[in-house]
Ligand binder design. Structure first.
Ligand code: PMP
Length: 499
């Protein structure tokens, strides 16, 4: 592992690099976030490889936050890095006026590995853009406007995706959001067909990630599929976090054997080397929206050569190394280890749940998290909050994690939970599960959440809004080219009231 003066980005000492970076954050990026990160002892990342991030002092951390699901192949997988380097010598970004061979190949590869007749891709640069694209596609294809989504959902922070998300604290400052958005409980289907009547789409995460890692009952997605078929609403599966092996299957939809009409992907798509997002749609849906209007939805950077080269290499590693299987096996170890810690500290941990290498640890009281995450960091392991449920810590290591790394991280986790319990004693149970609390009373600054949503009570800088709201595959074998409608349950455009 490289960790030398060369990693200090031109600074003379680690302290200089830390001071410069903090000042830049405080002055030029995000003052309250800078303070929260500093209070929680956040170091400066200077180097990463595999499951490890190295800080400015040369200390190595097992990355169990995993970039919130980005680092499926760990940091800088050599095959992906080589593909990007190679491409950099030819062409970096698309000139946009000519055909781009890698974008074509990546779209073909995605059509081969995604379920059913998901065939036509659009490439963007992030998860939220993939979701925006999917929502627009649904409205254009169905000529309907209403979007049904789930309570607790996280689909991104651009206006459309935010409208479809579930956490009021993130939404309220930007009201009014999109009209015609309806939230229904996640995991329930009793009233779904009724709500979907006349709707353009139902957007849902196959496993709710940022909502606190909620795994729906088996058969949920099949019931969603049926309700969509009955009403002509499109089924958008947001697999930005759950897809590409994360949950122990290549796609979390595979767990129920369903084919959505549109699937969104991002985070792990390039294995953690280049930003890229995508949606992939059934041809009838795509044609209904854009068959006669190819430029209605476009992106300057989306599908650029570097991102596509990275994604093609990453998909190769993902499938050839069967990382979904490793995620399933290591995920079972991670769940079992987390449950042992829960058994040891029932006053601190209320629940442990997850699938594959997406595991959520729900605390009995939000106050513990502000101690556990820094204690974990001290012991050389990163972890993160879930963005919509502040009592849930997520453990989301790379899919290449080994049993030894899981064991080491969980040993540190047990010690960190023990230290938090020793420090804070019994805090009691927060009344409403999953409901964010505001008090910082325990003197334990919030940490990882800070990377996206600093919790500070410095109201003049970041006014707090009312927190109280707040493997069976159906079609394509991996690598098997598509042969047409014969797979799964082909849908026709008519079902959506479009040609
Ligand atoms: N959808 C889901 C399910 C996500 O988990 C996220 C990010 N956590 C997004 C969309 C948004 O992705 P991004 O941050 O890349 O915009």
């Amino acid at each position: 592992m490289r960790a030398s003066v060369a990693d200090l980005y031109g600074c003379a000492t680690p302290a200089d690099l830390a001071a410069e970076t903090f000042e830049n954050y405080r002055t030029y990026l995000n003052p309250p976030l800078a303070r929260v990160m500093k209070l929680s002892g956040s170091p400066v990342e200077v180097y990463a490889e595999g499951c490890t991030i190295v800080d400015q002092t040369g200390k190595a951390y097992l990355d169990f936050a995993g970039g919130y699901g980005v680092f499926t192949l760990g940091h800088r997988h050599p095959r992906v890095v080589a593909a990007v380097r190679d491409q950099l010598e030819r062409m970096a970004l698309s000139g946009r006026t000519m055909f781009n061979p890698l974008m074509g190949r990546l779209a073909k590869r995605l059509a081969e590995i995604t379920p059913g007749d998901l065939t036509i891709s659009f490439f963007a640069n992030s998860g939220t853009e993939a979701v925006e694209g999917a929502l627009k596609l649904a409205r254009a294809a169905t000529k309907r406007t209403r979007i049904v989504t789930t309570e607790g959902a996280y689909h991104g922070k651009t206006i459309g995706a935010l409208s479809a998300s579930g956490r009021e604290a993130f939404r309220a400052p930007f009201a009014p959001l999109l009209d015609g958005i309806v939230h229904v409980p996640f995991g329930e289907t009793a009233q779904l067909a009724q709500v979907l009547d006349g709707a353009a789409a139902f957007i849902v995460e196959p496993i709710q990630g940022e909502g606190g890692v909620h795994v729906p009952p088996p058969g949920y997605l099949r019931a969603v599929r049926e309700a969509c078929d009955r009403t002509g609403a499109l089924f958008i599966a947001d697999e930005v976090q759950t897809g590409l092996g994360r949950c122990g299957a290549l796609f979390a939809c595979d767990r129920d054997g369903v084919v959505p009409d549109v699937m969104t992907l991002a985070k792990g798509l390039s294995g953690g080397v280049m930003p890229i997002g995508a949606y992939i749609a059934r041809p009838a849906v795509w044609n209904a929206a854009y068959g006669k209007a190819p430029l209605l939805h476009t992106s300057t950077f989306g599908g650029n050569e570097l991102a596509c080269a990275a994604a093609l290499a990453a998909l190769g590693v993902l499938v050839e190394d069967d990382l979904a299987r490793n995620a399933a096996e290591r995920g079972n170890e991670l769940l079992a280890a987390a449950r042992l810690v829960q058994a040891q500290y029932p006053a601190v941990i209320a629940a442990v749940r997850g699938a594959g290498l997406l595991v959520g640890v729900e605390l009995t009281h939000e106050g513990y998290g502000g101690a556990i995450i820094p204690e974990l960091l001290k012991r050389g392991v990163t972890a993160a909050w879930t963005l919509n449920a502040q009592r849930v810590i997520r453990l989301e290591p790379p899919l290449i994690a080994t049993s030894a790394q899981i064991a080491r991280a969980m040993e540190a986790f047990a010690a960190a939970v023990g230290a938090a319990f020793e420090m804070l004693g019994t805090l009691g149970t927060d009344e409403a599960h999953g409901t964010p609390r505001t008090d910082e009373a325990h003197g334990t600054p919030r940490t990882n959440e800070a990377h996206e949503t600093p919790r500070t009570n410095e109201a003049h800088e970041t006014p707090r809004t009312n927190e109280a709201h707040g493997m069976p595959r159906t079609k394509k074998a991996h690598g098997t080219p598509k042969t047409g409608e014969a797979h799964g349950t082909p849908k026709t455009g008519e079902a959506h009231g479009t040609p």
